[in-house]
Design a protein. Structure first.
Length: 382
C-alpha cells in the first residue's frame, strides 16, 4: 500500500503520494521510484493505491482515452474509472477468495474537484481533502488538524509534504520519498525532486525538535503499539484508544509556556485514552473517577504487585495539564511536580516539556514490565 493525499486549495487541487510499495505477503519493503501521480488529461490527474498490475492497466487505458482530449469532462473520466474498477472487481473477486482489500482505489483531482473511487466502482466527491492507502488513519488525523479552506498554493503544497513526512514516521509502509503535483485552471504541474527536498528540509527544521525528542516519541509509539497487542492477547481488549493526531502534535516545538500548555494537553489526551469501559467490564470494577483511577483499580484487581510509577507519572501529567495560567508561587501542587522533576520555578519550558515526555514514556515502560511479569507468573503457575 501507500499514502495518497489530495487537498483542495483556493485555486485548484494539490496531490501527493509516497513512492513505497510492498510486494508479496512476507516480502521486504520495496521502494518504487516511478512517479505515482499520473496526468490523464489537461486538467485531471490520478493516483492509486493497490495492486500494481491493475493500476498500470487502468492508467494505460485512461491515457489512451483522454490524454489528447483537452476538453475531457472530469465526470466522464470518473465514470470511466468506475466502470474499469468494477470490471476488475467482478473478474477477479472470486480468484482472490473474496479478499478485495488490495484492489485499486483511485483518487482523481481536477482544478476544483476531488473524487475517491472504490474497487467496486462507487465514487464520492470531496471539497476539502481526502487520504487513501495504509497510512490513511495518520494522514486523516494530520489533515484534520491543519487543513483550512481557501488555502494558498504554497500552504497546500507544504501540507501535503508534511502529511506524507509525518505519516512515514508512524507507518513503515509509507516512505519519505514522494511525488507532489497540482492541477489548476491552466494545466497539470509537478514539483521536481530538488524542490521537494528543499521543502522537506525547511519543514523539518522549522517544525520538529531535537533528535532526542524524536527518539522519545518513537519509543512512545512503539510501546503503545506493543502494549495494545499484548494486552489484547491476554485480556481480549486494547488498553489504549488510538490517538495518532495527539501523538503527532507531541513533535511540535516546545519553547514557550504556550507551547508547553499544548504539549501537556496532548499528553493528557493520551492519559485519558485508556479504555475505561473495557477495563471496568473485564475486572468487574466499580470505581469512581477518571481513567487513572480505573487503571489503578484494574492493576490491583488483576495482579499482586505493580510499580507505583505506572499511576504516579500519569497523575503528575494531569496535575500539570490542569494548570492553564502562568505558574505562580501559590500553585503548590504544580510546583511540587516541577521541583520533583528536577526543574526550577519558573521552569525552562523546553526542558519541562522533555521531562513530561520522559515521564509518559516511563509510565509505558513500567506497564510493559508489569505485563511481562504477568506472563512469567502464568508460566510459574503452570
Amino acid at each position: 500500500m501507500t499514502l495518497i493525499v489530495a487537498i483542495k486549495y483556493k485555486d485548484g487541487v494539490v496531490m501527493g503520494t509516497d513512492k513505497r510499495i510492498v510486494s508479496g505477503g512476507a516480502a521486504p519493503l520495496k521502494r518504487d521510484e516511478e512517479r505515482k501521480i499520473e496526468q490523464i488529461s489537461k486538467n485531471a490527474a490520478i493516483a492509486c493505491a493497490g495492486l500494481v498490475g491493475m493500476i498500470n492497466k487502468l492508467i494505460h487505458d485512461l491515457k489512451g482515452n483522454y490524454r489528447t482530449n483537452e476538453n475531457a469532462s472530469i465526470v466522464d473520466i470518473v465514470i470511466n474509472i468506475e466502470d474499469e474498477l468494477w470490471t476488475f472487481y467482478r473478474r477477479y473477486k472470486e480468484r482472490f477468495d473474496g479478499d478485495t482489500s488490495s484492489f485499486p482505489i483511485a483518487i482523481v483531482g481536477e482544478k476544483d474537484k476531488i473524487y475517491r473511487i472504490f474497487p467496486n466502482g462507487y465514487s464520492e466527491e470531496f471539497d476539502t481533502y481526502v487520504c487513501e492507502g495504509s497510512g490513511k488513519p495518520y494522514g486523516d488525523s494530520i489533515l484534520g488538524g491543519y487543513y483550512r479552506k481557501n488555502m494558498e498554493l504554497e500552504e497546500a503544497l507544504n501540507l501535503a509534504i508534511f502529511t506524507i513526512l509525518q505519516t512515514s514516521k508512524f507507518d513503515p509502509y509509507v516512505s519519505e520519498s514522494m511525488s507532489i503535483a497540482w492541477i489548476d485552471a491552466d494545466c497539470f504541474h509537478e514539483l521536481d525532486e530538488s524542490e521537494i527536498e528543499r521543502r522537506k528540509f525547511k519543514i523539518m527544521r522549522s517544525v520538529y525538535r531535537s533528535e532526542h525528542v524524536e527518539e522519545i516519541i518513537g519509543k512512545i509509539v512503539e510501546l503503545r503499539r506493543w502494549i495494545n497487542m499484548e494486552f489484547e492477547k491476554k485480556f481480549k481488549c486494547k488498553l489504549f484508544k488510538e490517538r495518532e493526531y495527539e501523538i503527532h502534535k507531541l513533535r511540535l516545538q516546545c519553547l514557550t509556556e504556550e507551547d508547553f500548555t499544548s504539549l501537556i494537553a496532548n499528553l493528557g489526551v493520551l492519559v485519558e485514552s485508556i479504555n475505561v469501559k473495557d477495563l471496568k467490564e473485564k475486572a468487574k470494577l466499580e470505581v469512581e473517577g477518571g481513567s487513572i483511577n480505573v487503571l489503578e483499580g484494574f492493576l490491583k484487581k488483576t495482579s499482586d504487585n505493580f510499580d507505583d510509577l505506572i499511576i504516579k507519572n500519569l497523575r503528575d501529567i494531569i496535575t500539570l495539564r490542569s494548570k492553564k495560567s502562568p505558574i505562580h508561587s501559590d500553585d503548590s501542587k504544580v510546583i511540587d511536580v516541577i521541583l520533583r522533576w528536577g526543574e526550577t520555578v519558573p521552569p525552562d519550558w523546553e526542558s519541562l516539556g522533555i521531562k513530561a515526555l520522559q515521564k509518559y514514556l516511563e509510565h509505558l515502560q513500567k506497564v510493559r514490565e508489569w505485563m511481562i511479569s504477568l506472563e512469567g507468573k502464568n508460566k510459574d503457575d503452570n
